[in-house]
Ligand binder design. Structure first.
Ligand code: HEC
Ligand code: HEC
Length: 265
């Protein structure tokens, strides 16, 4: 019995981590024999053909469920069209290791990046060349205001990512902690809305507000803890509950001690 509980505890502890860590395809990256002498776009086209076309179609037109094909490593292909997603989405999905994905049915997550910086730039150039699309956003968190950022984060993001950006669960999906996301990646995610995350266009969060939002997420990576015990910075309500829990425990113990004394007298 005790062993069963131990196993259950370990499984519960490991599962969210496993779900959040989507691995890159086990067969790795398919590369041209030599990358030398190729222009950026030529290299991008070849890398795309070897690593992305099975799921996104030979010209970025997408592969629907009805038209699935078996690709490299016997992986089943299915993915959205990439025309018009621009450098912004390509840069985000490639630099966070979300793409190439091992299986089209798993949630893409941050994982090991197997492509070199040069290869990523080549693929980004290729995806951007498919159709006009948004460029990689430029953010200035140093111009932002942390307290305005916190308000924006509480209103728009905390429901899924938790107030100090430690991540959480949305039905069947992991909303990851944001500690590994760079300022550019945070801006990209906000504008793209990867997977089930909603996208926030400029009409909802202006570029200036985005600077503040990014400044706040950067701040959560190293929060200041004036006044002692931070309890993971989970917010006043759970912190209050911890105080209640400790307080109640002390009260019960006091009652037991006093009760025992009275019985002895
Ligand atoms: C409905 C829930 C939801 C809301 C609201 C939401 N997110 Fe997300 N967010 C997610 C999910 C789910 C993912 C993971 C997507 C994936 O697997 O590719 C994610 C991914 C991210 C990432 C990428 C993290 C990484 O390390 O790769 C960042 C950054 C991010 N969100 C920031 C934000 C910000 C900032 C806001 C508010 C403006 C926000 N999110 C609002 C659910 C949400
Ligand atoms: C196993 C199938 C698979 C492979 C291989 C794959 N992708 Fe994807 N890709 C997907 C799926 C499924 C999504 C949708 C995920 C989501 O909504 O977050 C996606 C999403 C994307 C997006 C975001 C599209 C958008 O609408 O914002 C980009 C960009 C992308 N992939 C680029 C690539 C590139 C570049 C490669 C090759 C290096 C690649 N993918 C390989 C399945 C795949």
């Amino acid at each position: 019995m005790r062993r069963a509980i131990a196993v259950a505890v370990v499984v519960c502890a490991v599962m969210p981590a496993a779900a959040a860590q989507a691995d890159p395809p086990s067969y790795g990256i398919v590369r041209p024999d030599s990358e030398r002498g190729l222009t950026l776009l030529e290299l991008g086209t070849q890398l795309y053909g070897g690593n992305c076309a099975t799921c996104h179609g030979s010209n970025g037109e997408g592969v629907t469920q009805k038209r699935q094909i078996l690709g490299a490593g016997d992986q089943l292909g299915m993915g959205p069209p990439l025309r018009g997603v621009g450098a912004r989405a390509a840069n985000f999905y490639l630099r966070t290791g979300r793409m190439p994905l091992a299986s089209p049915t798993t949630q893409p997550g941050r994982s090991r990046v197997l492509l070199s910086d040069h290869e990523i730039r080549a693929l980004v150039a290729y995806v951007a060349s498919l159709a006009p699309g948004p460029p990689i956003p430029v953010v200035h968190p140093e111009r932002g205001n942390v307290s305005e950022g916190m308000q924006l984060f509480t209103a728009n993001c905390a429901g899924c990512h938790q107030v100090v950006a430690q991540g959480g669960y949305v039905t069947d999906v992991v909303a990851p902690p944001l500690e590994d996301a760079s300022p550019t990646q945070i801006a990209e995610a906000v504008r793209i809305g990867p997977y089930v995350m909603p996208s926030f266009p400029r009409t909802l969060i202006s570029d200036r507000e985005l600077d503040s939002l990014v400044a706040y997420v950067q701040y959560t990576k190293n929060p200041q803890d004036p006044g002692g015990w931070a309890i993971g910075n989970i917010g006043p309500v759970p912190e209050g509950m911890v105080a209640w829990f400790i307080g109640t425990l002390v009260l019960v113990l006091t009652c037991l001690v006093v009760g025992r004394r009275l019985r002895h007298d």
